[in-house]
Design a protein around this ligand. Structure first.
Ligand code: PLP
Length: 395
């Protein structure tokens, strides 16, 4: 699916395969794994030229100055349509580096809509220790955004679609308000992936991703990335270096391997999720289905404007209490009960038990994270098999 409001970077599938690759003298078909922590120089002058930025070269892996890491960063930047990228040891490491690098004591962040529970904790519990406060707006409160921005607001942060209620936030609308106030817009594009959505093209300043999810795609790596203009990444780079948050070369190698199949995986996940969402929307025991691809879903119109596909994540509200909902989850056979998402295998979680376990009852209620809410990460199995499994579990 194309979207003229938010087209994919030119030749997107080709970029997944060839983008950023670097073949060494041995001619291996892809960028090799340079697992080394350090790199040798023929002379002191050659080393100093690299240290002083007068010559390009590899130096030390924690700095990100490693060919495998750099090749993966180039591919990620091309896929998100950004100037550059910095990879991290996890999605949380990437987010933390953005906040630490672009805010200081006394500064202020605005977070819109539901966010991953870890992000919420970082903003609500950890950053206040450093004197960085966050105002949380609900996803339907964008009209309040200008009134909560202060002269110390540095960042407006949000996910879209959001975790786990799949709310769709209008990226261009937020960017317009934030830009007018001189505030950075940072979008967590993990749920959509760059196959389905390009926030930088809609004016966002930085994109963060947990590469643990769709980009890795096989539930076998943990990583994160920040993508955007080099000037903004240059502010983040020393934080990554000195906090030691770099992605390991083995992980960068595995991630590049996974990115080569990103398009085919995510397009099939979009297709499977649409079929599953349609099935759920007709089931008598399902009170509500949250999926941007359903025309009846509140966020559908904005999603159709800014997304090229509606993604592989669905949540639904079961007509029962927490225990009855847990019983449905426990009856599923093909879906594995697990906290993550975006892999080739379908996963299920009851957000009150995992991702949003740390929230108070009031915080959950405000966000629609009810006891009967079930989140599905749709994988690459046959859609009919997934539907049959849900049918038997829902009874
Ligand atoms: N952003 C979103 C939307 C997530 O779902 C998660 C993790 O589940 C993260 C960020 C954090 O990523 P990681 O677990 O790689 O640190």
């Amino acid at each position: 699916m194309q979207n003229e409001n938010n087209p994919a970077p030119n030749g997107f599938a080709t970029l997944c395969i060839h983008g950023g690759e670097h073949r060494d003298v041995q001619g291996g078909i892809h960028t090799p794994l340079y697992n080394h922590s350090t790199f040798g120089f023929p002379s002191t002058k050659a080393l100093l030229d690299v240290v002083d930025g007068l010559a390009s070269g590899n130096l030390y892996t924690r700095y990100g100055m490693n060919p495998t890491i750099r090749a993966t960063e180039r591919k990620l930047a091309l896929l998100e349509g950004g100037e550059g990228a910095l990879v991290f040891s996890s999605g949380m490491a990437a987010e933390a580096a953005v906040f630490l690098a672009h805010c200081k004591t006394g500064d202020h962040i605005v977070c819109i809509g539901d966010v991953y529970g870890g992000t919420f904790e970082l903003l609500q519990q950890n950053l206040p220790n450093l004197g960085i406060q966050t105002t949380f707006l609900l996803g339907n409160e964008i009209d309040r955004l200008s009134s909560v921005l202060t002269d110390r607001t540095r960042i407006v942060f949000f996910e879209t679609p959001t975790n786990p209620t799949m709310e769709v936030i209008d990226i261009a609308a937020v960017v317009k308000i934030a830009k007018a106030a001189g505030v950075l817009t940072v979008v967590d594009n993990t749920f959509a992936s760059p196959v389905n959505q390009s926030p930088l093209q809609l004016g966002a300043d930085l994109v963060v991703q947990s590469t643990t999810k769709y980009l890795g795609g096989h539930s076998d790596l943990t990583g994160g990335v920040v993508i955007g203009p080099q000037e903004m990444l240059n502010v983040i780079w020393p934080w990554r270096k000195n906090l030691g948050q770099i992605m390991a070369p083995e992980v960068a190698f595995l991630l590049a391997r996974s990115l080569r199949t990103l398009v085919v995986r995510v397009r099939q996940q979009n297709h499977n999720a649409q079929a599953v969402a349609q099935f759920l929307s007709k089931h008598p025991k399902v009170k509500q289905v949250n999926y941007p691809g359903l025309p009846t879903f509140a966020g559908h119109a904005v999603a159709a404007k800014q997304m090229r596909g509606f993604g592989g994540m669905i949540s639904f509200v079961y007509d029962g209490d927490a225990a009855a909902t847990a019983a449905v989850v426990d009856r599923l056979r093909l879906f594995t009960i697990a906290a993550s998402l975006g892999g080739v295998e379908s996963l299920v979680t009851q957000p009150i038990t995992t991702t949003h376990h740390g929230l108070t009852a009031q915080e959950r209620q405000q966000r629609g994270i009810v006891d009967g809410l079930v989140r599905l990460s749709i994988g690459l199995e046959e859609a009919d098999d997934l539907i049959a499994d849900l049918k038997q579990a829902l009874g």
